[in-house]
Ligand binder design. Sequence first.
Ligand code: CA
Length: 295
Amino acid sequence: MQTHIITRDHIVYSFDREHSPVRKIDPGDKIRFETYDARTGTIRSEDNLLDRPHPRGANPATGPVFVKGAEPGDTLRVEILGIELASQGFIAIKAGLGNLGHLAEKYVTRLVQIEDGIVHYDDRIHFPVRPMIGVIGTAPSGEAVPTLYPGPHGGNMDHNDVKVGSCVYLPVFVEGALFGVGDVHAAMGDAEVTMTGIEICAEVTVLVNLIKGESITRPWIETDASWITTGDAPKLADAITIACEEMANLLQQKLSVSFDDAYLLMSAIGDVRISQSCQPNQFPSTIRVVFPKID
Ligand code: CA
């Protein structure tokens, strides 16, 4: 087993089957990705506002990495082993945008310091970090998808459960999978109401394995305690439907139950959580359904 280091010189702004891989790895290898923040490290002071698009794009993913032996119809199993945060991140408001856009009249950027697992929001307000990975995915089979968007390939899903100790299962749509990671947050509230969490550079360590011949339609996540399915769609209700359909299928497999029982159990103890819904904007909402592991 090898550990590969992929530096942040190697970033992409889309998941694209045409991208040249930066490294070829064997299943079972570890990768340490240096990731950029959502603005590629360009926000250096509180005078740097999000009042213009980033010239190259947003949310770069480090990679892509080619997984030897991965073919369409396989599944990538990515275990998140570590997320080390940089010492400073930023969080911002875009005037007129986000869930309170009608009240937010101006652009605001706040730089925050991170020390020993604590976010120093200012001199007075401190709270623990909640590191999570916003962008994780593989290349889609068709057109490239910018790293701003989620989809069946993963991408900008912003699920708070993509964190240390979780396993993310991703579909393989192209040879080698072309896997990438980026857009870490030191903390991000569910829904990400201003459109930013605490955006930060990081070093993400993962263990990548390949499940041959087992196909999935879209990402799902496993933690010690839960099975978690995902959905995304322009309308929140449609994203919920997708994530629930995924959970109905997963529960039928995991618990050997009928659709009716899967549906009933989901209604009893499955929690539908909003991951990303900073509406209105052009981005889809993302949803996860969290179901406790039971025998
Ligand atoms: Ca994000």
